[in-house]
Design a protein around this ligand. Structure first.
Ligand code: ATP
Ligand code: ATP
Ligand code: MG
Ligand code: MG
Ligand code: MG
Ligand code: MG
Ligand code: MG
Length: 282
């Protein structure tokens, strides 16, 4: 189709390819969620249903984009790891960021009432998105360790902070002052002695964040057999009777690898998680 004389404007568009052979990490983060969480009266320090909604939106993203093998979420953010071999949208940066970020956002809104049925969504939430390219598995391990360490630091702080405010009758200003300069062991001790909270017995979702990982499912033996729907399974074995049974004589097809996306709240800083899943960094 011949273009119009205006079409030259297209030439002003700049290519924005992401470097080949690099791991891509896309992180989305809620815009002004401090305000959004207040406006919708989120439970402090952690509104579990709001976190589940984030997990749901992230799962929708992973169901749409198969090249995302791992995701990690905490608070109002989610990080998505793309296989380094991905050719999604020819690795065009803005196409990937905008499509993933808008799918995450629309899914968050679309599913809001399932998780927070008693809270009317007061205004449209939005998320920002960015992609960082990493050259090797070391930086990917360190990236996810960085996010999970952040989850821990924030959650410990917020847990003591809200205990001081909600149970200790301190103002938010006082609570910040009480915590200024305290180290981790002091916070643990404060929680324990003043509020009888054992930090380690809090839900793993709060302490470890959410890990969505694409896991290979070992095909069941049944899948290797000819499907019953074709009528073959109900036919008795006629081996040696000389009656041709073409539908049962086909060599069984090699089953396609099947994947599911699992939600975990486990440690991803140590080696175990990664040693069990070498394909994540392949
Ligand atoms: P920005 O637009 O710069 O990201 P922000 O207000 O979103 O600003 P963040 O640093 O992203 O700031 O922090 C998100 C804030 O949202 C948290 O500090 C917390 O107050 C709130 N929040 C997010 N999720 C939850 C939740 N599940 N339960 C309670 N509060 C939450
Ligand atoms: P891409 O993801 O590459 O943008 P696309 O399928 O969205 O692929 P576009 O070139 O953006 O392709 O074209 C959008 C298409 O959506 C149109 O060609 C048309 O078929 C359909 N479409 C969009 N809006 C309308 C509308 N209001 N009424 C009917 N069809 C529409
Ligand atoms: Mg921020
Ligand atoms: Mg935010
Ligand atoms: Mg944030
Ligand atoms: Mg269009
Ligand atoms: Mg389009």
């Amino acid at each position: 189709m011949a273009g119009s004389r205006y079409e030259y404007v297209k030439k002003f568009e700049l290519p924005d390819p992401l470097l080949l052979g690099t791991f891509l990490v896309l992180r989305i983060d809620g815009h002004a969620f401090h305000k959004l969480s207040e406006a919708h009266d989120f439970t402090k320090p952690n509104d579990e249903r709001a976190l589940q909604l984030m997990d749901h939106a992230a799962r929708n993203v992973m169901n749409e984009f198969n090249d995302i093998c791992l995701a990690f979420g905490e608070s109002d953010e989610y990080s998505f790891l793309f296989r380094k071999s991905t050719t999604l949208y020819n690795r065009r940066q803005s196409k990937i960021i905008t499509t993933v970020t808008s799918l995450f956002t629309s899914s968050y809104v679309y599913n809001w009432s399932k998780y927070l049925p008693d809270k009317e969504l007061m205004y449209p939430p939005s998320f920002d998105g960015r992609i960082v390219m990493y050259p090797s598995p070391k930086e990917i391990r360190d990236y996810f360790a960085w996010r999970q360490a952040d989850t821990h630091i924030n959650n410990l702080y917020n847990t003591v902070f809200w205990a001081l405010v909600l149970q200790g009758d301190e103002s938010t200003t006082q609570a910040h002052a009480t915590l200024r300069g305290t180290v981790s062991s002091t916070k643990h001790e404060m929680l324990h002695s003043r509020f009888s909270i054992n930090y380690n017995s809090l839900p793993a979702r709060f302490r470890k964040g959410s890990v969505l990982v694409r896991e290979q499912v070992m095909p069941e033996k049944a899948v290797l057999l000819a499907p019953a729907a074709e009528g073959a399974a109900s036919t008795p074995d006629v081996e040696g009777q000389g009656i041709p049974q073409p539908s049962t004589r086909k060599p069984p097809k090699k089953p396609k690898a099947q994947y599911t996306v699992e939600l975990l709240h486990c440690d991803i800083i140590g080696d175990e998680f990664w040693d069990q899943r070498p394909y994540l960094l392949a």
